[in-house]
Design a binder for this molecule. Structure first.
Ligand code: CAA
Length: 295
């Protein structure tokens, strides 16, 4: 396996492209606009600079990594020579179902089609393709170049051979893959999102402030980020979308998204990407400042 096509150049897509390219794979990075692709290349270059500064890689590795990435605005062109496609488009079921149908028409039946979805059913995605046994979940964590986990999700029809190939490939990327079955939220988000939702309820009910809740979890449980900062980092819209999948999938009210989360998403306060969530974010500043609403 040498040629990897990554669909989507947002936070997850550019991290996945970066990681494959740094490990010697040829990467075709696909997005709908050239502007998005140029921005992704800049982000990857910036993150490689971060690794150079820390002494993790040298200048030559940066040049090689960047030269391993080619960009495309057309899915058919970008996926034409793929051995593996990793889809990391927007977390929207309709978009993913459409993309996989298209990929199944463009790629050879032997090509493995993986989705980086954080909660959408792999089985449902696979059912849109002509070869569901070759469809699998490859769920990376943000920031992809740093986080060791790949959650490998077997759909209903995914074969042992495909699963083993993706487990081994993840190890080649220096990751520690974990195999799980395809049920709502898989493992990572079935456990993470109820914690984040509960932290939001704790703000909503006035039990404690934003900073205080995150401090309890950071210092008390040794989490690198408190759950509210992590929600901002993931994106509140993404958290809401995942909670809806859990709520619909299990039909259990314990997964119902907190009304405060729903309001924040409707107001466009989505966390780091919109400049404000539970904290406010100023470009160039690393200070963690509680948003005015919660101060
Ligand atoms: N690319 C490359 N390197 C990066 C990077 C990036 N995008 N972001 C951070 N780094 C590196 C830094 O260079 C640094 O390297 P060293 O360890 O060699 O010094 C290291 O990562 C730590 O970075 P910082 O010192 O800048 O900051 P930090 O110590 O606060 O760590 C963090 C940042 C790694 C993000 C840490 O806060 C953390 O682990 N947070 C929790 C992350 C998490 O839970 N991710 C999962 C989210 S859920 C998800 O992704 C899936 C989903 O479905 C929702």
């Amino acid at each position: 396996m040498k040629n990897i096509t990554v669909i989507g150049s947002g936070t997850m897509g550019n991290g996945i492209a970066h990681t494959f390219a740094q490990n010697g794979f040829n990467v075709s990075l696909v997005d709908i606009s050239d502007a998005a692709l140029q921005k992704a290349l800049q982000t990857i270059a910036g993150n490689l600079d971060r690794q150079i500064k820390k002494g993790a890689i040298d200048d030559a590795a940066k040049t090689t990594t960047l030269s391993n990435i080619k960009t495309y605005t057309d899915v058919s062109e970008g996926a034409a020579n793929a051995d593996l496609v990793v889809e990391a488009a927007t977390e929207n079921k309709e978009i993913k179902l459409k993309l996989f149908k298209q990929l199944s028409e463009v790629c050879q039946p032997r090509v493995i089609l993986a989705s980086n979805t954080s909660s959408i059913s792999i089985t449902e995605i696979a059912a849109t393709t002509s070869n569901p046994s070759n469809v699998i979940g490859m769920h990376f964590m943000n920031p992809v170049p740093v986080m060791k986990l790949v959650e490998v999700i077997r759909g209903y029809a995914t074969t042992n051979e495909v699963t083993n190939t993706i487990m081994e490939l993840s190890r080649q990327l220096g990751k520690d893959p974990v195999e799980v079955n395809d049920y709502p939220g898989f493992v990572a988000n079935r456990i993470l999102m109820p914690m984040i939702n509960e932290a939001i309820y704790t703000v909503f009910e006035g039990v404690a402030g934003v900073h205080e809740i995150d401090t309890v979890m950071k210092l008390g449980m040794a989490h690198p980020m408190g759950p509210l900062q992590l929600a901002d980092f993931i994106g509140l819209d993404v958290c809401l979308a995942i909670l809806k999948v859990l709520h619909n999938g299990f039909g259990n009210p314990k997964y119902a998204p907190c009304p405060l989360l729903v309001n924040m998403v409707m107001a466009g306060h989505l966390g780091v990407k919109s400049g404000s969530g539970f904290y406010k974010y100023t470009a160039g500043s690393k200070d963690l400042v509680v948003a005015d609403k919660f101060a």
